[in-house]
Design a protein around this ligand. Structure first.
Ligand SMILES: *Cc1c(COP(=O)(O)O)cnc(C)c1O
Length: 428
């Protein structure tokens, strides 16, 4: 049996039918923006491997740190023990994050950090004697991960988990923020979407522990960019109704939207923040839920006295040093120019798709470029074209998009935009 035959017969792939997995490429190497396949084909990873590899693959600063760490101490438990990698990463995060967000809970993946954040919110409310505040508010069009509580706050109809609706906790959904990032912000709450949130919090606030949203960019829920004014209003409404604000920056954190964090577009600071994806520069799974002092101290005063969560591989040192190295690479601020240049080039080159038959919208924010089609795009078409175009794209739903590594060159990015436009032209 060839390796690819074995894969097709035995291995699950994400969001893929085992009986009809479609074209599959055997990748043997990754360096910078390039992936190399077993047959020698090379393709540009325009996805940054699901939005993580912001410095490109195998950045020497990150791999060297991980190699040194693996020879010293690949892992120890975090209960009662600590280590320099966890402390160094914590120092870097506290320095980068807005004042107030300073209690870091390390987790294994983005979805787990969402679970942790939601659990923190509930335990905090209980500690204050608000036992009834166990539900969550969110917007439509969101995506927060694949685990159960995270699924319950994904878009209930168009999201990836609509299928499980009957098995999920019922949460409170309001329409997605209606004003797009480039549009004029109307002060009228009925027009800017905040009236719906106010109405929900007024009616149900006593049952709601927290509002959870992705700031400014809804990622896997539809690559939708909304006006930061909505976040400012949401922060004020949460405060007025005694509801915590959780921001999920797993997709947007670490420069992707042109600001270090998407919440910086709004100048809003949440009570709990979720980080993941690019935290290790795409080298190993890792995430964090970061709370403010009020939430952390409040939980300490709960009946349990402690926060009831503790992953086996919490604060894995290999992941921590990858995080330290990746954040170190962001420190010289070079990413700002890189992301700015990518944004300008995406704006110029993706214009070619506007007006094509089948194209509904073209939009760009930071190092995110999107061609939204009227109809669903089959990712398998993109996968089969990739060896020919030399560009690895994985569209989802109606979106052909790229989130390239920040180090991509202008020539390489032009190949990406050409492949995206070609796919939009060819898409049925
Ligand atoms: C990817 C993503 C998650 C889930 O992260 P995993 O590491 O895949 O579990 C949660 N929220 C957002 C906004 C994401 O983009």
């Amino acid at each position: 049996m060839t390796p690819l035959d074995f894969d097709a017969q035995h291995l699950w792939h994400p969001y893929t039918n085992v009986a009809d997995p479609g074209p599959m490429h055997l990748v043997t190497g990754a360096e910078g923006v390039w992936l190399t396949c077993s047959d020698g084909t090379r393709m540009i990873d325009a996805m940054s491997s699901w939005w993580c590899a912001i410095h490109g693959h195998r950045h020497p600063a990150i791999t060297t740190a991980m190699k040194q760490q693996i020879d010293t101490m690949p892992h120890v438990m975090f209960g009662g023990l600590t280590h320099t990698p966890a402390i160094e990463l914590g120092r870097k995060l506290v320095a980068l994050l807005p004042d107030g967000l300073n209690r870091i809970f390390y987790c294994d993946s983005g979805s787990v950090s969402v679970e942790v954040a939601m659990k923190m919110a509930v335990q905090y409310q209980m500690a204050r004697g608000h036992d009834g505040k166990v539900e969550f508010a969110t917007t439509r069009g969101g995506y927060h991960g694949d685990t159960w509580k995270a699924m319950s706050v994904c878009d209930p109809e168009n999201g990836m988990h609509g299928l499980f609706r009957g098995a999920l906790s019922i949460q409170h959904f309001i329409p997605r923020p209606p004003i797009r990032i480039d549009d004029v912000w109307p002060q009228d709450p009925a027009a800017n979407g905040l009236a719906a949130l106010e109405c929900l919090l007024r009616d149900k606030g006593r049952q709601i522990a927290a509002l959870i949203v992705e700031p400014v960019v809804q990622g896997a829920g539809g690559m939708y960019f909304y006006h930061p004014g909505w976040l400012r209003g949401a922060r004020a409404l949460c405060d007025a109704h005694d509801v915590l604000l959780i921001l999920d920056e797993i997709a947007t954190g670490f420069g992707r939207t042109g600001r270090l964090f998407a919440m910086d577009h709004a100048g809003v600071v949440p009570d709990i923040l979720c980080l993941g994806k690019a935290l290790t520069g795409g080298h190993i799974s890792f995430a964090a839920a970061v709370a403010n002092e009020t939430v952390a101290r409040g939980i300490g005063e709960s009946a349990a006295g402690v926060f009831m969560h503790g992953p086996t591989y919490m604060a894995n040192p290999l992941a921590c040093v990858a995080g330290v190295a990746s954040l170190g690479l962001l420190e010289d601020q070079g990413w700002q120019r890189q992301v700015g240049d990518i944004e300008a080039q995406l704006r110029a080159e993706l214009e070619a798709a506007r007006g094509l038959a089948g194209v509904a919208d073209v939009r760009v924010l930071g190092a995110i470029g999107v061609i939204e089609m009227h109809d669903t795009v089959d990712p398998r078409i993109a996968h089969s074209l990739a060896p020919e175009t030399g560009v690895w794209l994985r569209p989802f739903a109606r979106n052909i998009y790229c989130m390239p590594p920040y180090i991509i060159s202008p020539d390489e990015l032009s190949r990406v935009t050409s492949a995206m436009v070609a796919l939009a032209r060819g898409a049925p």
